[in-house]
Design a protein around this ligand. Structure first.
Ligand code: UTP
Length: 306
């Protein structure tokens, strides 16, 4: 059996939900406290045993590439000032086998993944969306690899979402579980309205795919939003070979959404060595202020004012 060694991180979307911040900067570079989102994704890949990573970039390619490259001027400066801790933090980002390719037009996630065809070759691989952070005791990519080691089949990560939100996601039509949390799938539907959705199990940003997906992507007509949809190609793949869905039970953070980004920053801040205590005190104080304000706003008006 071929080992899963390669990951593809599509990071070429327009990030319209986060404008104007994403006008000149990829949303994958937005920092969570002090680390760009994409660095968390790269770390998840490495912690899952991935050896080679391809990042699909768009116009804002340079900052991503520079972030994972050595910065000699900065390193020399940190050495001269004896800032060894910071030096270690900076150097950690360069110790990865990274490759880059450009998606010249953002024609959709499926089209972004297709750019990885030559890099992937004839091997199974992982797709990790650059704006989705996943937290669990076993990294989600590793869970998918463990499934692959048993099934030798493509496996897509899914998670239960509120029924009224199905139109934001690819949704699966499950057909029974082969083991706890691992579903057979009848079909995959991109962004169905709640009344059309076959379940509330939504595709989230991790996919383990067999290389046969590329031929399907090459022939995939544009779907929802006039984009080449990865979900549509996965649905086609499921008609010729088995594709499973693994239900993720950990926590997912959608960093490409404004509110999602704020929640992620707060929750990661509450675990960050340097700021956690100050942030906790601040949140308690702020929470109390908000509660007091709410109580005052809710107190009935005085008799004279009535
Ligand atoms: P999103 O659905 O979040 O799309 O893409 P988007 O265009 O980046 O963001 P919004 O909705 O306009 O705010 C999911 C992932 O797929 C990548 C994105 O970078 C993101 O990581 N993507 C999407 C591409 O690489 N290329 C594309 O053409 C579309």
């Amino acid at each position: 059996m071929t080992k899963v060694k390669k990951a593809v991180i599509p990071a070429a979307g327009l990030g319209t939900r986060f404008l104007p911040a994403t006008k000149a900067m990829a949303k994958e570079m937005l920092p969570i406290v002090d680390k760009p989102t994409i660095q968390f994704i790269v770390e998840e890949a490495l912690n899952s045993g991935i050896e080679d990573i391809l990042i699909v970039t768009g116009k804002a390619k340079r900052p991503i590439e520079d972030h994972f490259d050595a910065n000699l001027e900065l390193e020399t400066n940190l050495i001269a000032k004896g800032k060894n801790e910071l030096l270690k933090v900076v150097e950690e980002t360069t110790d990865v086998n990274l490759h880059f390719i450009r998606q010249s037009h953002p024609k959709g996630l499926g089209h972004a993944v297709l750019q990885a065809k030559a890099f992937v070759g004839d091997e199974p691989f992982i797709v990790m969306l650059g704006d989705d952070l996943m937290k669990d005791t076993i990294p989600l990519s590793k869970q998918l690899i463990q499934d692959y080691e048993k099934t030798h089949a493509s496996t897509i990560a899914v998670m239960e979402v509120p029924h009224e939100e199905t139109s934001k996601y690819g949704i699966i039509h499950p057909e029974g579980q082969v083991e706890e949390g691992l579903y057979n799938v009848k079909n995959f539907v991109e962004k169905p309205s709640p009344d059309q959705a076959p379940s509330d199990l939504a595709i989230i940003g991790r996919y383990l795919l067999t290389p046969e997906i590329f031929e399907l992507l090459e022939n995939q007509a544009p779907g929802a939003g006039d984009e080449i949809q990865l979900t549509d190609a996965i649905d086609a793949l499921n008609r010729t070979q088995r594709v499973f869905a693994r239900e993720f039970k950990g926590k997912r953070y959608d960093v490409g959404d404004k509110f999602g980004f704020l929640k992620t920053s707060i929750e990661y801040g509450l675990e960050h060595r340097e700021v956690k205590e100050a942030l906790e005190d601040y949140l308690i104080e702020l929470g109390q202020e908000l509660l007091d304000k709410k109580t005052v706003d809710e107190v009935p008006e005085t008799k004279e004012e009535q």
